[in-house]
Design a binder for this molecule. Structure first.
Ligand code: GTP
Ligand code: MG
Length: 503
């Protein structure tokens, strides 16, 4: 076993030497990071702040987040060997590491590189400019008391940050004992991680409901998830086959995909294998897992671009939803009723926004959470639709991101440009559907601004015609239509070019 770890050390040392003299890849990565920072601060951040993005989704990206080293998150039920796994990789225990058969780690611990051993507490960590944890302050003191960084010197940590997590407990212990929402915090780390290792104990493989809930939250990141079937040497051949099959089955059920994420089997600690039946396979899996860890720095730039693309897409969807809600608010009165109605019809709103802007299902935010967030906002204060904003977001995806992508080695499958199609495109079918939805909504009640304007304009035209009659003026059909169009124009209501006055 330690032989493979030695291999890792040798190859790692080799890379470390090269790192001191910047290589072409270092230069490329730093150019990409600078490009991403510019893109974010100049283009995306202003749109985020004018559209209340942080109160619905994420805090603004900090430079340290964009610059952060690749991150590996370890998640698992208690005593599956997460802390031992990290110690094994580092070749030593990190400061504040606790290992034991009972639930031991009770905090999220970021294991980071530093010249001397020390522990930095959660509250201070959020303000350390070099570390990418500022965003965690949104989870409040309840969480920050359960978060710390363990600083130690290690060649591995020079290029990767490891996140140890408290073991998932079952039942009440998981729900009541935590002063923060465990799975939301895991989700936060998962979004910022390059690799997520789910650890399982081959000796007692039971996926509790609580762990299942956590894994569910990782679904959007299934491309980064790997399973580690730890302590696999503790069981015999036939037990191993059953446990392995059962793990694949459970994961397949949770991720609802036939391609289950990669499973690395083995025993990730210093001691020798108890059962040597699958020794070669365990050694090979360990080698592959270490290879994957070693490859993370070189893929970090591409992953950061990918994350930025995801964020731009989310901002676009967010802009579409907010501006749509704004457009549905009445001009003069009845806004409270209308806002309540829109909130309760949010499913319909999402459907309509999706059709209007050609958005895909997977891009839409979680509707329950979105509804909760919307409650604290007055829809009238949302910005109006500005096509320039949507064009600029599309431009980031179709022009600026590919340019950055080119710097890290050409076109990548991570980008799905087709889903960022022209926002103004609307075919007949969708237009008809949109009209139908509009009619349905009108039937349900609520007076929109346009309706009020049309009514006002109608009264004005009528008055004009009556006055014209009284004064003996002759007003022909074309003049009537022109008058109607002019009055509507004064109210900013567009009429069709045909001159029929249809809205
Ligand atoms: N046989 C075997 N035992 C292991 C292995 N890794 C860890 N253990 C033992 O499993 C127990 C739990 O290890 P930890 O590293 O504390 O597990 P953990 O997942 O960090 O646990 P929590 O922090 O409580 O969630 C300890 O008694 C370890 O000695 C392994 O690879 N093989
Ligand atoms: Mg632990």
């Amino acid at each position: 076993m330690p032989l493979i770890l030695f291999d890792w050390d040798v190859s790692y040392e080799g890379r470390k030497e090269r790192a001191s003299t910047p290589t072409a890849r270092d230069h490329t990565s730093s150019r990409v990071i600078t490009g991403l920072k510019n893109l974010y601060h100049l283009h995306l951040s202003p749109i985020e702040s004018s559209h209340h993005f942080s109160s619905f989704h994420y805090a603004p990206y900090s430079d340290s987040e964009i610059e952060a080293k690749p991150q590996v998150l370890l998640v698992g039920q208690y005593s599956t060997g997460k802390t031992t796994f990290i110690s094994y990789l580092l070749g030593k225990k990190y400061p504040s590491a606790h290992i034991g058969p009972e639930p031991t780690t009770d905090k999220f611990i970021a294991v980071v590189h530093g010249p001397s051993d020390k522990v930095i507490k959660g509250n201070s960590l959020t303000v350390v400019p070099e570390l990418p944890f500022g965003g965690l302050s949104t989870f409040g003191a309840g969480f920050l008391n359960k978060f710390e960084a363990s600083v130690t010197s290690s060649p591995l940590l020079e290029s990767v940050t490891l996140i140890d997590s408290p073991g998932v407990l079952s039942g009440e212990k998981q729900r009541v004992n935590r002063s923060y929402d465990f799975s939301t915090v895991v989700k936060w780390f998962a979004e910022r991680s390059d690799l997520i290792l789910l650890l399982f104990d081959a000796h007692k493989l039971d996926v509790s409901d609580e762990f299942r809930d956590v894994i569910e939250k990782l679904k959007p990141h299934d491309d980064k998830v790997r399973c580690v079937l730890n302590k696999a040497d503790q069981i015999n051949k036939s037990q191993f086959v059953r446990v392995y099959g059962s793990l694949l089955w459970s994961m397949g059920k949770i991720f609802r995909t036939p391609e289950v994420s990669r499973v690395y089997c083995g025993s990730y600690w210093e001691k020798d294998f108890v059962n040597k039946d699958y020794k070669d396979m365990f050694n090979e899996d360990e080698r592959l897992l270490l290879e994957e860890l070693k490859g993370l720095p070189s893929q970090a730039a591409a992953r950061k671009i990918n994350d930025m693309v995801k964020r731009i897409r989310l901002v676009k969807v967010h802009v579409c939803i907010l501006t749509y809600l704004k457009s549905q608010m009445p001009f003069f009165y009845g806004h409270e009723t209308r806002q309540k109605q829109l909130l309760s019809d949010l499913e319909d709103v999402f459907e309509e926004v999706k059709v209007m802007y050609d958005l895909s299902d997977g891009d839409m935010p979680d509707i329950t959470q979105f509804r909760v967030n919307l409650r604290s906002h007055d829809f009238r204060r949302f910005p109006k639709l500005d096509r320039g904003v949507l064009r600029s977001l599309d431009g980031l995806i179709t022009l600026q991101i590919p340019e950055l992508m080119g710097r890290v080695g050409g076109v990548s499958g991570v980008l799905n440009m087709s889903q960022m199609g022209e926002v103004e495109h609307e075919d007949t079918k969708t237009r008809i559907k949109r009209k139908q939805e509009e009619i349905k909504r009108k039937k349900k009640g609520g007076i929109g601004g346009v309706e009020v304007l049309v009514a006002l304009a109608g009264v004005l035209v009528l008055l004009f015609l009556v006055l014209g009659g009284v004064l003996g003026l002759e007003i022909n059909g074309v003049l009537k239509t022109t008058l109607l169009k002019t009055i509507l124009g004064l109210f900013g209501v567009e009429t069709k070019a045909s001159g029929t006055g249809e809205l």
